[in-house]
Write a protein that binds this ligand. Sequence first.
Ligand code: SF4
Length: 356
Amino acid sequence: MINLKDFNYPELERWVRKQGWKKFRAKQLSKWIYTKKAGSYDEMTDLSKDIRNYLKENTKLNALELITYEKSKEDGSIKLLWRLEDSHTVETVFIPERDHYTLCVSTQVGCAVGCTFCFTTKDGLIRNLTTSEIIDQYIQTQRFVGLDKRISNVVFMGMGEPLANYDNVKKAVQIMTDEKMLGLSNRKITISSSGIIHQIKKMYEDPTFPQVRLAVSLNAPDQKIREKIMPISQTNRIEDLMKTLNSLPMKTGYRIMLEYVLIKDINDRPEDAHKLARLIGKNKKRYKVNLIPFNPFPGSPYQRPDEERVNIFHKILWQYNIGAFVRWSKGKDISAACGQLRKKEIANKSIQFIKS
Ligand code: SF4
């Protein structure tokens, strides 16, 4: 059965016409689904009963079911765990920021990339999420937190490598940025990739992929360290990755974000900071560096560096005039590592509900 959230606007219009309905029905449906975030066809009161019945019998509106959530007492972030139709589960994180709300969405069940510091990849890739499963993370979270807390920013930084699920992610971004659908600003959407060079090139060369921000998980200042913590580096070498990033056409104000998870004694030494600065070289206007102190999870082989070490690393980058920021993970008091709440549920351990 088709799910209406798998359609971008031209596809929705085509489907509406195929049913023998007038074109404006697409607009009506879009308003109910994306503006009003309707959770059922019964809410769509300006559609005739016949149409609503037809929709109920032939289409699906929802793709996810909320299983549980954890809310951080520290910063108000909420981690939600969803069940998909085939019983797999994925996570989404709602993050209140100083003046807006951000949503971190997942794009795959599991991940094949295999970064050694990441919890999500432990069981490998199970499957790609469909467009409706990505979009429903936004819509259902918005319903959950209340429409008054409008989520303006979306980061594709949850479970999975977004560019390995290219077509479904592209369509989700089309739906998010289409004014007739979710209508979010392109500047407020960030795709975060582990650095699959040919997919990054493809995205930039694809005129149908809305221009959004790019973040790349760099995590190392040289090939040797990167290969150790990101096996994908064996085929996507750091020099080639940087060469590609340095040559991407840049829209004004769209800096590429280099994500750098700081891991104690692996990539957090002062000489690593100097090397990173040299790697960026004269292209510093093109990048922003996000330093993320590692978030340990049960069984992880790595440790978080202490604050002093993080500050030294940060300062060195600033000495080179590189825009670098430290991002301590949100929700440290909940299952903060990506995929951890999911694992907890699978292990059927008791989850502590913290009601707002
Ligand atoms: S960090 Fe991202 S790309 Fe790497 S294994 Fe985890 S989910 Fe996959």
